[in-house]
Design a protein around this ligand. Structure first.
Ligand code: NAG
Ligand code: NAG
Ligand code: NAG
Ligand code: NAG
Ligand code: NAG
Ligand code: NAG
Ligand code: NAG
Ligand code: NAG
Length: 478
């Protein structure tokens, strides 16, 4: 309803302007355009928004005094041409696409287009699923730099190889559509691309080696959330301008290629949720520019100790959760001064936890749960308080904490058994555990030297504590 009233208002407004135009035609100067260009524009938009849309009636001067939302023009040798076309509800007052939205060949008559985008145009409710036109793209090759299809659930079919004729493209974004099929290896012909984002579709098959071989100006490669399979092509290492590489949420397998070391400007590497194996590649430590390294949920395996983490000075986010990692947590991780977020959970890490983590100035989250860590956690109550739930070390059966009087304690970790470290009972934390995980409660109780039925043990501990405190007091006074 709202849209209709808006359209009616717009129509009346146009009518007003149009009638004033009729009444004083000699005073109004329209922007000069080729008639074919103007008619092509009307027909293109009409094909997307519906037959009711009478462009020549509503917008008689589209590059002049009746601009169309989402359409921009530029002057070439005294004539106006369309250079930017945004179809779909990008702006509040944009024209929405109809259920019959379709491509027309007139689109390819707009040869001065630099930027073409379709947002939420082919929705899931369209009557007939649309596909990206496979032909005629060469007609736009001279000028088109940006092509974008975003959030078009009704856009299906494969990425046509014909897009590779757009040799001046700098940005190709086909995100959140329903595209299927394999990536055409011809995409490697788009040698001026700086951004290639095909995320959130149902694309399958391998990543073509041609991408890495040719797209050496690429800054952003995002193929995440598809069904891509096979190994990472070693040629990815040739994209040496790359800032962001996101291949997360696919079915990629095989080893992490050592060639990624050549990506000297990379700041984000996201390979989460794939099926990568074969150990942590030594070469990552060559990418000292990395800020975010996200490899979680891959059966990568290997040993964290093999890595010289202290070289990765700019690392802020390190997610190595659920990677089948073994070995100890290397001390060098505690030397990454900018680290904010560290997730080592759900691995098979052993050994002790360095108390130096508490000294990392930016550390905001530390997840060590679900490992085989042992020994005492050497953090202060202030550390546990500061971190709250962003510190997790539960599900490490042989890990315990030393307790400070009435301080914060880590959730789901047993108290160390040494009597001299046990100043007072902490039934509060025991209760907190119980609503989290009953197994953790029982292990807590067991290590506390206290079973549910033997409250006597509890009083004994208290007594020992009192004795220890008294001994301590005597020592101080002496
Ligand atoms: C579109 O508008 C023009 C100008 O007002 C008018 O001449 C033409 O008949 C209209 N076309 C349709 C299909 O309504
Ligand atoms: C890496 O970034 C630097 C600084 O932004 C730039 O000068 C250099 O050309 C980049 N390297 C590559 C291979 O693009
Ligand atoms: C992951 O790769 C292994 C071989 O390394 C294979 O056996 C397994 O089926 C793959 N898993 C998935 C979910 O594709
Ligand atoms: C680390 O970050 C700083 C500041 O952003 C930057 O100047 C420096 O070049 C980065 N180091 C590397 C190895 O990329
Ligand atoms: C780290 O990985 C785990 C498992 O994939 C995920 O739950 C968590 O949100 C990730 N954290 C970040 C910051 O990516
Ligand atoms: C984890 O690594 C061990 C070797 O350390 C291997 O035997 C096992 O198959 C790996 N598990 C998975 C799920 O890859
Ligand atoms: C964890 O590593 C130990 C050796 O350190 C090995 O014996 C054990 O099987 C591993 N557990 C899992 C679940 O991979
Ligand atoms: C934990 O490590 C011990 C050796 O320290 C090993 O015997 C045990 O199997 C490990 N547990 C798991 C679940 O890997």
């Amino acid at each position: 309803m709202r849209r209709y009233t808006a359209i009616q208002a717009l129509f009346l407004l146009q009518l007003f302007f149009f009638s004033s135009y009729v009444f004083s035609a000699s005073e109004v100067i329209t922007a000069p355009m080729e008639q074919t260009e103007q008619e092509a524009l009307y027909l293109v938009i009409q094909a997307f928004v519906g037959e009711w849309w009478n462009g020549s009636g509503l917008y008689p001067d589209p590059c002049g005094w009746t601009p169309i939302q989402g359409v921009l023009c530029d002057l070439f040798e005294g004539l106006w041409y369309i250079t930017v076309l945004n179809i779909g509800p990008v702006f509040d007052n944009s024209l929405a696409c109809s259920q019959d939205a379709r491509f027309t060949a007139y689109l390819f008559e707009l040869r001065h287009l630099r930027s073409l985008s379709f947002f939420n145009c082919f929705s899931s409710s369209i009557r007939q699923p649309a596909t990206i036109p496979s032909q005629n793209w060469q007609k736009l090759a001279g000028n088109l730099e940006t092509l974008e299809f975003r959030s078009n659930q009704g856009l299906t079919g494969a990425i046509p190889a014909g897009l590779s004729l757009l040799i001046n493209l700098q940005s190709l974004v086909l995100v959140e559509n329903s595209l299927t099929g394999e990536l055409p290896q011809e995409l490697g012909n788009l040698v001026h691309l700086r951004r290639l984002s095909l995320a959130c579709n149902q694309l399958s098959g391998p990543i073509p080696a041609s991408l890495g071989d040719n797209l050496v100006d690429l800054l952003i490669l995002d193929l995440s959330t598809n069904s891509l399979a096979g190994p990472l092509p070693p040629s990815l290492g040739n994209m040496n301008s790359l800032l962001k590489l996101d291949l997360s949420y696919n079915n990629l397998n095989g080893k992490l290629p050592g060639e990624v070391e050549k990506l000297k400007n990379l700041t984000i590497l996201d390979l989460r949720n794939n099926n990568l194996s074969g150990g942590l590649s030594q070469s990552f430590q060559g990418i000292t520019s990395l800020q975010d390294l996200l490899l979680s949920n891959n059966p990568v395996g290997g040993n964290l100790m093999e890595f010289r983490w202290e070289n990765m000075r700019n690392l802020t986010t390190l997610n190595l959760s659920n990677m089948n990692l073994t070995g100890e947590i290397p001390e060098s991780i505690t030397e990454i001064g900018k680290l904010r977020y560290l997730d080592l959970s759900s691995n098979n890490l052993s050994g002790s936890v360095s108390p130096k983590f508490a000294a990392l100035p930016c550390l905001n989250a530390l997840y060590l749960n679900g490992n085989n860590l042992t020994g005492e956690l050497g953090f202060s109550a202030e550390f546990y308080q500061r971190m709250g739930r962003r510190f997790a070390s539960f599900d490490n059966p042989s890990l315990c904490y030393r307790m400070k009087p009435r301080g914060h304690v880590p959730v789901g970790v047993a108290q160390c058994k040494h009597q001299h470290d046990v100043p007072i009972s902490n039934l509060d934390s025991g209760n907190k555990l119980s609503d989290k995980n009953p197994n953790q409660k029982s292990s807590f109780m067991a290590s506390f030297g206290l079973s549910n039925s033997s409250i006597a043990g509890f009083w004994w501990v208290l007594l020992m504590q009192a004795a220890a405190a008294a001994a301590f007091l005597l020592l101080m006074l002496a």
